[in-house]
Design a protein around this ligand. Structure first.
Ligand code: G6P
Ligand code: MG
Length: 207
């Protein structure tokens, strides 16, 4: 019997992947190489620093830790410019309705995201108040597939891991949830989310 639902943000509730991509592409452009949408797939669910490392790998560029920090900050400033302009219209189909449905059934709701920008995104989408707990990139030290983010979410909801279910679009996120001992709903395609208990195209399918 499910008592808690933990949601990833990017790709589950909102499509921020396109803004991450625009910002990473711009950085690659400045560094003098092309960064494609296919390359960008590898960054989903991955932390900011790890994303930068993958991008630099693609470009065949090596740099110092200081340079990396500066690049990550630059990318984030661009990204924040994009998401500042987001509004309620960018919430993915069925997401708000599904959160409300669960709330109506007495299920506790938490966010479990690697993004340090998650609080601003929830604000802009007008859904902060639908969450009983928000675990974001500022609260965790170990990135998915480490289960930390979801274990902390269950803890803040006051629930046992086994009573929680996780909604994720990234392979690393499904693995994190499984390692936490939680049920999993994959958002996307079965080809990628091989280990999920079930897979749907979007939360609208669960209404
Ligand atoms: C999510 C996204 C990743 C992003 C990460 C960190 O997991 O799927 O693409 O790199 O969050 O986001 P941030 O906003 O902190 O850079
Ligand atoms: Mg995601």
């Amino acid at each position: 019997n499910i008592k808690g639902a933990l949601f990833d943000l990017d790709g589950v509730i909102v499509d921020t992947a396109k803004y991450h991509y625009l910002a990473w592409k711009r950085l690659a452009g400045e560094l003098g190489f092309e960064f494609t949408e296919e390359h960008n797939e590898r960054l989903k669910g991955v932390s900011r620093m790890r994303s930068l490392e993958i991008l630099l790998e693609v470009g065949g560029i090596s740099c110092t830790p200081e340079e990396k920090l500066a690049m990550a900050e630059k990318k984030n400033n661009w990204y924040v410019e994009y998401i500042k302009k987001m509004d309620e219209s960018e919430i993915l189909k069925g997401a708000r309705e599904y959160l409300l449905k669960l709330k109506g059934e007495g299920v506790k709701i938490a966010l479990g995201s690697a993004s340090k920008n998650a609080p601003m995104i929830l604000e802009n989408l007008g859904i902060t108040n639908l969450f009983d707990a928000v675990i974001d990139g500022n609260k965790v030290s170990k990135a998915k597939p480490d289960p930390e983010v979801f274990l902390l979410g269950a803890k803040e909801l006051g629930l046992k891991a086994a009573d929680c279910i996780v909604y994720e679009d990234a392979e690393a996120g499904i693995e994190a949830a499984r390692r936490a001992g939680m049920g999993t709903v994959g958002i996307g395609s079965r080809d990628i989310l091989k280990e999920a208990d079930m897979v749907v195209s979007g939360l609208y399918e669960l209404l």
